[in-house]
Ligand binder design. Structure first.
Ligand code: GUN
Length: 285
């Protein structure tokens, strides 16, 4: 069965649109900062902005050249930290190599960190403390499981990939002693020994390696759930994932497509985090 992430995200977005309409006073505002001219980043930011418009969330976009000094970027972040009408700040990654990603992510006010990348929010996530923000892609995967009625409780979840954006936080979320979590999580990566056996053991296999068609049919136990976080553009301009979908789909019980699987959920969770932040700001005011 193919998990329709696009449809699930659309339903969530519809509900958020109604919630935004009902909000008294100002609307939520998400401030994007895009450094340089990475075309994938431009595409992602455009998609995120479009989703804001569709939901009634206001947004702004600051585009800076790749040569921008780190101090100038820090100053722009600080302006947005201080602006009470801004609920979320998103600095699209990756950044040019002369800028310290850590310095930038630390500079964002944790209360406006709708990406969930600030160390305070990462710490809260690990502790299972719910007042912070969870990163959008792992949160989107958790919600996909819930909406698709796929229980992860007690299941062997194997995550292939250990990035700060997907692999590590997804493990931290699914291992929590909480409803819809309680999974037995294994993190593997492209250099793991016995990777095929580790993957074959998975009830739920999450591919977040960043290599096209890295997950082959032999790595998937028949009946397993397969989640594909990868996104790669082929020479014919079409998109594909980290999973060899054509061969794996027939043996998986559930599988996410690329596009239309995890991607739309990431965007829906960004909107959800922005709404959460706005509600927090209102209650503080
Ligand atoms: N680059 C790739 N994924 C992300 C994301 O979720 N947030 C940001 N800010 N940059 C990214």
């Amino acid at each position: 069965m193919i998990i329709d992430g696009k449809k699930i995200a659309a339903t969530l977005t519809q509900d958020m649109t109604l919630a935004v309409q009902k909000m008294q006073g100002r609307k939520p505002h998400l401030a994007f900062i895009l450094v340089g001219d990475n075309s994938a980043s431009q595409t992602y930011v455009r998609a995120k902005k479009k989703a804001c418009v569709a939901t009634g969330i206001t947004s702004s976009l600051l585009e800076l050249p790749s040569t921008i000094a780190q101090d100038v970027l820090l100053m722009e972040i600080e302006k947005r930290n201080q602006d009470p009408t801004i609920d979320g700040i998103l600095v699209q990654l990756p950044l040019p190599s002369h800028i310290s990603e850590a310095a930038i992510l630390y500079a964002i006010d944790p209360a406006k960190d709708v990406d969930g990348f600030h160390p305070l929010n990462v710490g809260k996530m690990l502790l299972g403390e719910e007042s912070g923000f969870l990163p959008c892609t792992p949160l989107g995967i958790k919600v996909l499981f819930e909406k698709s009625k796929i229980s992860v409780e007690g299941k062997r979840v194997v995550i292939v990939g250990r990035s700060n954006i997907v692999g590590k936080p997804l493990a931290a979320i699914l291992m929590q002693k909480k409803p819809h979590c309680n999974a037995t999580v294994t993190i593997a990566h492209s250099q793991s020994e016995h990777l095929i056996e580790i993957c074959q053991n998975a009830d739920i296999l999450v591919a977040a390696v960043g290599q096209r068609h890295f997950i082959k049919k032999e790595m998937v136990r028949p009946g397993a759930v397969v989640i594909d976080v990868g996104i790669h553009r082929l020479p014919d301009k079409s998109l594909t994932g980290d999973v060899d979908f054509a061969k794996v789909a027939p043996i998986a019980s559930h599988i996410t497509p690329v596009p239309g699987g995890v991607g739309p959920m990431t965007i829906a969770m960004l909107l959800q985090n922005t709404l959460k932040s706005c509600k927090n700001q209102f209650s503080l005011a």
